[in-house]
Design a protein around this ligand. Structure first.
Ligand code: C2E
Ligand code: CA
Ligand code: CA
Length: 430
């Protein structure tokens, strides 16, 4: 049973994870090699041991209880026997499954959990004689002994990896907090154009970190950490303030064109747990004095899954501020069509994962066509993301996609370049 890992996800072959035992069957026997731990799904299990040739029952376990867990801590022999007291079904948890789960936890949780497991293991497998020797041991001897114990210990290896990851994350979170105070975060702007005319309709504000020693750091590197540590709130509000300041500059650059250029800002899903977000967003927009029609709030489906009822309230209030709401990265996460129905979006952004192969993969094109048709039924306007060629732009336009964004039109750029881009674009395309 080998787990297969994908980029963001951990998939496991669950075919053989559930096993049935008839009443009286032995699940494992004292002196067996340890292999798995078990969770009882239905039924009951007796754990017993042998003392002086006699069976000594230790405990009776029922649904949801775990037994054989020492197998997760390392190799060795069973010290007890597990027998089904009635027809019983168990889930089998292999050390590999646990190991992969721990490695995919938040690094800090992973570090602490592997540390606890390791401590428990060292304590659990120490004989009284060893414990006594240890108590009298000097440090080098102790370390040598631990080294021996740790060699076979998969958790010790995890511990090292998790330790490095946890430290990196804590350092990064602290650096982000400092960088916010030092104003090192600011927006770069990527144009969004109408299809097929290619007239500019707005920009997406994408955060950039001007790091004093590392140069410009990509959001892909720090946003996930900022989200886990909740400092992303300050980043997003900084970006919103900047976006509000930029709107008049872009509008001015567009000159006499009677078109409301908008700025799209990303709001992380982690804000959608409490309604307080709306007051702050509202205060920022009001104090800037801009017409909120120039704003689009981009959110991903992840914002909606935690507590959909709270998310619905927040979206409703955000809309009342006057900006529009875009569902970002559609096609990657849950892509639940029910969200389109339940939540009131104005725009749908189709993720570049779909867009990038529409020119070469007929199925992708058909999927995007279906998404566009469906979105039209919900009166949503659609933006294709990550358009890298004219051909892709033409295909999207041909199936009714309203807007496009991608390197084909322009990469994200600093404000000065964006102002120039607007002027040039208006001169050329109106
Ligand atoms: P996103 O919201 O999907 O933003 C689009 C990303 O695709 C941007 O990457 C953009 O530079 C990139 N992109 C645009 N056109 C193309 C193209 O034609 N080809 C390719 N290969 N890529 C293209 P970026 O700026 O690195 O941002 C990455 C992600 O970081 C964003 O994905 C968004 O999820 C997050 N992010 C960026 N800024 C913010 C922010 O202010 N707040 C929050 N919460 N998240 C942000
Ligand atoms: Ca976005
Ligand atoms: Ca996106």
């Amino acid at each position: 049973m080998q787990p297969t890992q994908t980029k963001n996800d951990l998939k496991f072959d669950f075919h053989h994870i559930r096993t049935s035992y008839k009443k009286g069957a032995t699940i494992f026997h004292e002196e067996d090699e340890r292999d798995n731990a078990y969770i009882i799904e239905t039924g009951a299990v007796e754990i017993s041991t042998t003392r002086h040739g006699k069976k000594v029952p230790l405990v009776h376990l029922g649904q949801g209880e775990v037994f054989g867990e020492t197998a997760l801590l390392g190799a060795g022999k069973r010290t007890a026997t597990a027998v089904a007291l009635e027809d019983t079904e168990v889930f089998t948890i292999s050390p590999g499954l646990l190991h992969d789960r721990i490695m995919h936890l938040d690094p800090l949780v992973g570090l602490l959990l592997s540390l606890l497991v390791n401590r428990y293991r060292q304590w659990r497998f120490r004989s009284p004689e060893e414990a006594e020797k240890e108590a009298n041991a000097d440090l080098p001897h102790e370390e040598a002994k631990m080294d021996h114990v740790n060699k076979a210990d998969v958790f010790m290896r995890d511990l090292q990896v998790q330790r490095a990851a946890a430290l990196d994350e804590l350092r990064m979170a602290q650096e982000i907090t400092r960088a916010i105070d030092l104003n090192q975060f600011g927006p770069w702007l990527q144009p969004i154009v109408s299809l097929p005319e290619k007239k500019i309709v707005g920009f997406e504000a994408l955060v950039r970190w001007d790091h004093p020693s590392r140069g410009r750091v990509s959001p892909a590197e720090f946003i996930p950490v900022a989200e886990r540590t909740h400092v992303v709130w300050d980043i997003d509000m900084t970006m919103l303030k900047a976006a509000c300041q930029i709107v008049p500059e872009l509008q001015k650059a567009a000159g006499g064109v009677d078109r409301k250029l908008y700025i799209s800002v990303n709001l992380s899903g982690v804000h959608f747990e409490n309604e307080g977000i709306v007051d702050e967003v509202s205060a920022i927009v009001k104090s800037s004095g801009i017409d909120p029609q120039h704003l689009v709030f981009e959110i991903t489906e992840s914002a909606l899954v935690g507590d959909p009822a709270v998310a619905e309230k927040i979206l409703h209030k955000l809309r009342k501020i006057g900006g529009r709401i875009a569902l970002d990265d559609f096609g990657t996460g849950y892509s639940s069509l029910s969200y389109l129905h339940r939540f009131n979006f104005d725009l749908l952004k189709i993720d570049r994962a779909f867009v990038h192969d529409i020119a070469t993969n007929r199925k992708s094109l058909e999927i995007v066509r279906a998404i566009v048709m469906l979105a039209k039924n919900f009166h949503l306007q659609i933006t294709g993301e990550g358009i890298e060629s004219d051909h892709e732009a033409d295909l999207l336009s041909g199936i009714g996609c309203d807007y496009g964004q991608g390197y084909c039109f322009a990469k994200p750029m600093p404000l000065n370049d964006a102002v120039k881009f607007v002027k040039d674009s208006v001169e050329k395309n109106g």
